[in-house]
Design a protein around this ligand. Structure first.
Ligand SMILES: Cc1cc2nc3c(=O)[nH]c(=O)nc-3n(C[C@H](O)[C@H](O)[C@H](O)COP(=O)(O)OP(=O)(O)OC[C@H]3O[C@@H](n4cnc5c(N)ncnc54)[C@H](O)[C@@H]3O)c2cc1C
Length: 292
């Protein structure tokens, strides 16, 4: 199994930022993941996975970990009679395409979530009233001590959260779906994508929602819009002029630029509304936001 060093994570994040990983590998089977987890354990090295990097901010200075990108057998999609069996590295878009072709409905909510199955389980990703917790039957999770199947309850799935930690790798997942005519799926996906295009930046480099929606009558996006943050720029990163809960890579942005924007957004939301925003985007490496 080839282990590389100096691989720039900017290549693997949708924002296009992030420095080198201390070690990087592309396992294609359960056995390879287990070998890599043991390799890291012997060196006391942390392990993290990148899916499509669509919810990731990786430190500019780099990440002191073994970073895995799943492929091969770990990115397959197999439709069954009322289920999809998937590798953790399979892209949601491919999974949805195969589900539609097989006449399986229930995964339409993921049509505009540009991630992988592993990243979706990790975050309990969701949209339009659906989420992974609602369709996941079980997930096979590997650690350096072995692998085991976990149910949504055992994974601790809640709003944009699981209890998974770095060092736990989602190898496979099974989604419980229901028969639905492909044409109906197609129509719903078209509608959802049109709604998305209307409200959010869709052709920009972003990492999706920056902050979770707080317990407040206004969503994170509306709070930040009221704080006059739309279009606010630091370095090469800017708050989307279209939706204030998105940060775009406007021009050669760095992770530090995005982090500075997040700090400013939290400061203003606290000052104006007394709300402490919690970030939805995952941090990789030595990244921290100042207290507000
Ligand atoms: C334009 C845009 C729109 C978006 N819209 C939505 C939305 O509507 N709803 C929503 O919930 N999210 C949304 N997102 C965010 C993102 O797409 C989701 O959170 C997605 O599930 C992340 O998956 P990923 O594979 O890209 O994970 P990554 O961003 O690569 O990683 C995210 C976290 O998951 C971990 N991880 C990834 N794969 C594995 C694995 N196999 N095993 C263990 N850990 C793993 C990573 O280590 C990291 O901690 C959006 C993002 C973009 C860019």
């Amino acid at each position: 199994m080839k282990i590389e060093d100096g691989v720039e994570l900017a290549r693997f994040t949708t924002l296009g930022t992030g420095g080198p990983a201390r070690a990087f590998a592309r396992p294609e089977s359960e056995r390879e993941v287990e070998e890599l987890l043991r390799w890291a354990q012997e060196r006391s090295l942390a392990v993290a996975v990148v899916g499509l990097g669509s919810n990731l901010l990786a430190a500019d200075e780099g990440v002191d970990a073994l970073v895995l990108k799943l492929g091969g057998e770990l990115a397959t999609v197999e439709p069954g009679r009322d289920a999809l069996r998937l590798g953790g590295g399979a892209a949601n878009a491919v999974a949805l395409h195969r589900a539609r072709a097989a006449g399986l409905g229930g995964f339409e909510f993921a049509c505009a979530i540009p991630g992988t199955i592993g990243g979706g389980v990790w975050m309990n990703a969701g949209a339009y009233g659906g989420d992974f917790a609602g369709v996941l039957e079980r997930a096979l999770v590997a650690t350096a001590d072995g692998s085991g199947w976990l149910t949504p309850a055992e994974l601790g799935l809640s709003y944009r959260h699981s209890d998974l930690g770095h060092g736990q790798v989602v190898l496979r997942a099974e989604l419980r779906l229901r028969p639905r005519p492909p044409e109906e799926i197609k129509v719903e996906v078209r509608e959802l994508n049109a709604r998305r295009k209307e409200a959010q930046p869709t052709n920009r480099r972003t990492f999706g929602s920056v902050f979770k929606n707080p317990e407040h009558e206004l969503s994170a996006g509306r709070l930040l819009e009221a704080c006059k943050l739309k279009g606010h720029r630091i370095g090469g990163a800017q708050i989307s002029p279209k939706h204030a809960n998105f940060i775009e890579n406007a021009e050669a942005a760095t992770t530090a630029d995005a982090l500075a924007l997040m700090a400013e957004a939290r400061r203003r939301a606290r000052e104006r509304f007394g709300v402490v925003l919690e970030h939805e985007v995952e941090f990789l490496g030595d990244l921290e936001l100042p207290e507000v």
